[in-house]
Write a protein that binds this ligand. Structure first.
Ligand code: PMP
Length: 296
C-alpha cells in the first residue's frame, strides 16, 4: 500500500488515508473502460454484445478484471433484478483502482463496478420528436487508429467528446459532430451517424470511431429494403442528405434536425428505423456479426 504523506480535497487538508478517491489510477490516467446498456421491460438489450465489447476493451487497454463473459453477464442480470427498475440504463466499468500512481502500476487491483439508474434519454421530448442539432465547429477531431484504440470503449476517448460537447452547448447546439483526423464525418459525442443520400443510407466506416452496437443492429437487422453502405462520408454529402439520424444505446434512434446551418426533418426512413429498433428491443436478442466476437 502506498503511504501518502498528505492529502487535500475540496478545500480541506484531510488524512491521506481518507483520500481514497484521489488514489485511483483511473482518475489520473483514464485507465478504465466501460459499457452503456439499456434495460427494456426488465431485459438488458444486446447484453451479450455489450459484455463481449467490455471484456475486449479491457483486454485492449491491459486491464485484467478476472471475470469471464458468463460471470459478467450473471452479475449484470442480477443487477437488473436487484435494481427493481423495469426500464433503466446500466453502466459497468472496469478500472485500475490504484493506489500506485505510477504510470506503470502492475500491482494495482483492477476493479469492476456497476451503476444502474433511471435514464429514459439524454434528450427532452421535443428533441426526440423533432430531432437534435449538431455542430461540427468544435475544437477536436477523432484521432486516427494509429493514435488511439478506437475499438475499445475506453474512458480516455471520451475526453475529446466531453470537450467538444461543452463547445457545442455554448454555441447553442445539442451535440458535437466530430470529424476524423483527415476531415471525414466521424461520430457524435455518444452516438454513430447515418445519412440518407440519393436513396442510399450511408454511414462512416468503423475506423477511428466506436463501432456502436446500435449501429450494427441498424446495419444487420433492418427490413431487407434498408441497405446500408459503409464509406467515407464528407461534410458536403452529409449536408445534402434527405434524412440524418444518430444511433446509440443511450440515444437510441435519434433524428437530426440541424447540422451547423443546414436543416433536416425527421423523415419516413428515420421513423421506420426507429420503429423497427423499438420492436427489436422487446424481442429476444439479435445476433450481431461483430469483429469483437473473437473476445473471450
Ligand atoms: N460513439 C460513441 C463515441 C459512443 O460513446 C457511443 C455510445 N456507446 C456510440 C458511438 C454508440 O455505441 P452503442 O450503439 O454501442 O451505444
Amino acid at each position: 500500500m502506498t503511504d501518502y504523506a498528505l492529502a487535500f480535497l475540496d478545500g480541506n487538508f484531510i488524512d491521506a488515508r481518507e483520500a481514497g478517491i484521489l488514489q485511483v489510477h483511473a482518475l489520473h490516467y483514464a485507465s478504465s473502460v466501460f459499457e452503456g446498456i439499456r434495460v427494456y421491460d426488465g431485459r438488458a438489450f444486446m447484453l451479450d454484445a455489450h459484455v463481449i465489447r467490455l471484456l475486449r476493451s479491457a483486454e485492449i487497454v491491459g486491464l485484467q478484471c478476472g471475470l469471464d463473459k458468463a460471470r459478467c453477464m450473471e452479475i449484470l442480470e442480477e443487477a437488473v433484478t436487484r435494481s427493481r427498475l423495469v426500464n433503466s440504463y446500466m453502466r459497468p466499468v472496469v478500472f485500475n483502482g490504484g493506489p500506485d500512481l505510477g504510470v506503470f502500476a502492475p500491482t494495482n487491483a483492477t476493479r469492476f463496478g456497476v451503476l444502474v439508474w433511471d435514464w429514459p434519454s439524454p434528450f427532452g421530448d421535443e428533441e426526440i420528436r423533432e430531432g437534435i442539432s449538431l455542430t461540427t465547429r468544435v475544437p477536436y477531431r477523432r484521432p486516427p487508429e494509429s493514435c488511439f484504440p478506437s475499438e475499445a470503449k475506453a474512458s480516455a476517448g471520451y475526453l475529446v467528446g466531453c470537450i467538444n460537447r461543452q463547445h457545442s452547448a455554448i454555441a447553442g447546439f445539442d451535440d458535437a459532430l466530430m470529424l476524423t483526423h483527415d476531415g471525414f464525418v466521424a461520430e457524435a459525442s455518444g452516438a454513430n451517424i447515418f445519412a440518407l443520400c440519393a436513396g442510399k443510407l450511408l454511414t462512416p466506416r468503423p475506423k477511428g470511431i466506436l463501432n456502436g452496437i446500435t449501429r450494427q443492429v441498424v446495419i444487420n437487422h433492418m427490413p431487407p429494403d434498408v441497405c446500408v453502405e459503409e464509406r467515407d462520408l464528407d461534410l458536403a454529402t452529409l449536408k445534402n442528405a434527405d434524412e440524418v439520424f444518430l444511433t446509440g444505446t443511450a440515444y437510441e434512434i435519434m433524428p437530426v434536425r440541424r447540422i451547423d446551418d443546414f436543416a433536416f426533418s425527421p423523415g419516413p426512413l428515420t421513423r421506420r428505423i426507429a420503429e423497427t429498433y423499438r420492436s427489436l428491443t422487446n424481442l429476444p436478442p439479435v445476433q450481431l456479426e461483430t469483429s469483437n466476437e473473437r473476445a473471450p
